[in-house]
Design a protein around this ligand. Structure first.
Ligand code: PEP
Ligand code: MN
Length: 444
């Protein structure tokens, strides 16, 4: 099996692509990427696919999270460790509450390209090309920095390799030890006023772990975790040149990440992104916004997973807190009725973004929780499984989303706003979300 070449994909008029000024430089970057070793192995992608198949069956829960946009400067040990730590802490809480395995999937080690609502950005009367992520151009608001540079695609590869190397070391080298992760949660519950509300759940986990220890159970799983990488497959040059034919199966895999997804702005049927991802064998996702009809979802499933392979397809819905209860049921109902095998995941971030009066892009913590609650309620009433959550978060104490137990206000946003794109939940907000979703899971 092969994949369409880049020229064929570009002939489909893909949205959200950089306009590179120098074709020769693009060809050089693509040629370089075609020779680099894979970041992930096809067999690992298959393992993840099996795990997502369990999510679709209602036997697992998916936690997908990380930055809206990673940056090259953000590839530091502290940054990667903090993100990983908060994800692992969340996963322990969710695992206990759901009583099923939690599939851990980072928006990490490749999440460098961003779709934008406008091609241009104007500041103080100066208009320049919009920032499209470190994969494409620079965040600095200067003419030189905003020119798309294909060498950056090679930098994406190198930064992803460095990140993934660290992640793999952390999750297998003792850092992810269950006792340790639980101890961090205990600290959160003990030391922060926000955490105290979740004392009871933390105490239950403590008793469960103590019991396991008392009976002498010490399985390997206590000391290491499975963690997978994901990003939006956006820049065709990158995803195409990172696609390899797997020697075991002679089929193509995008070896830049275990899981890739198609964004809300590039999911049109017949579009280049849908075409390319229909050919790779990784588990894949599609973001579905509030304008998605049930027929759109059925057509996407037919194109992207014609054989209805379990675990292959995840629908990541992002309706907004005010629309999910009205919009989601018809989608889920028709998809379920047609027998399509799919994992349903809730992205409670992208339908809830607004601009604060200070000009910062932000989200309300309560809206995020309300959308997850709506997602659980809809699935519960239809008898389908709310398979997971997809969140933008960081392990640092940033001030990008308002609300939460710390009651962050709009005037606080300027204190520590570090995202180069969408606002992320900070460490405390992320842990709080995990405890609140845990409560929803227990009721489910
Ligand atoms: C994102 O996940 O950062 C994103 C741009 O999402 P969406 O495609 O759903 O808007
Ligand atoms: Mn985003």
């Amino acid at each position: 099996m092969s994949i369409p070449d880049l020229a064929t994909l570009h002939a489909l008029g893909p949205a959200q692509q950089p306009t590179y000024p120098d074709r020769g430089a693009v060809d050089a970057a693509v040629a370089r990427l075609r020779t680099v070793p894979p970041l992930v192995f096809a067999g690992e992608c298959d393992e993840l696919k099996n795990k997502i198949a369990a999510v679709a069956r209602g036997e697992s829960f998916l936690l997908q999270g990380g930055d809206c946009a990673e940056t090259f400067a953000g590839v530091t040990a502290d940054n990667v460790r903090n993100k990983l730590r908060v994800l692992l802490q969340m996963a322990v809480v969710l695992t206990y509450a759901a009583s099923v395995p939690v599939v851990k999937l980072g928006r990490i080690a490749g999440q460098y390209a961003k779709p934008r609502s406008s091609d241009l950005e104007t500041r103080d009367g100066v208009t320049l090309p919009a920032y499209r992520g470190d994969a494409v151009n620079g965040f600095d608001f200067t003419r030189e920095s905003r020119v798309p540079d294909p060498q950056r695609l090679v930098d994406v590869y190198n930064s992803s390799a460095a990140t993934l190397n660290l992640v793999r070391a952390f999750v297998t080298g003792g850092y992810a030890d269950l006792r340790q992760v639980h101890a961090w949660n205990t600290d959160f519950v003990r030391e922060s006023p926000v955490g105290q509300r979740y004392e009871q759940l933390a105490a239950e986990i403590e008793r469960a772990l103590t019991f396991m220890q008392a009976i002498g159970a010490d399985p390997d799983e206590f000391h290491r975790v499975d963690f997978h990488s994901s990003h939006e497959a956006l820049v065709l040059e990158y995803e195409h040149s990172m696609t390899r034919i797997d020697s075991r199966t002679s089929t193509p895999y995008d070896v830049s990440a275990h899981f890739v997804w198609i964004g809300e702005r590039t999911r049109q049927l017949g579009n280049a992104h849908v075409e390319l991802l229909s050919h790779i064998r990784n588990p894949i996702g599609v973001k579905l916004g509030p304008t998605t009809t049930a027929d759109d979802a059925l057509a996407l499933a037919a194109k992207l997973n014609p054989l209805n392979e379990p675990g292959r397809l995840t629908f990541i819905t992002r309706f907004g807190a005010g629309r999910i209860r009205d919009g989601l049921p018809q989608l889920v109902e028709k998809v379920a009725a047609s027998g399509i095998d799919v994992a349903w995941v809730c992205d409670p971030m992208h339908g809830n973004t607004f601009e604060a009066s200070s000009g910062y892009k932000t989200r309300r913590f309560d809206d995020v929780i309300e959308e997850v609650q709506g997602f659980f309620d809809v699935h519960r009433s239809l008898g389908t499984w709310p398979g997971g959550v997809h969140v933008e978060l960081t392990g640092d104490d940033v001030t990008e989303c308002v609300g939460g137990g710390e009651e962050l206000l709009e005037i606080d946003l300027g204190n520590r706003y570090e995202s180069v794109c969408d606002p992320r939940l900070n460490r405390v907000q992320s842990l709080e979300l995990a405890f609140l979703v845990a409560e929803m899971l227990r009721k489910a």
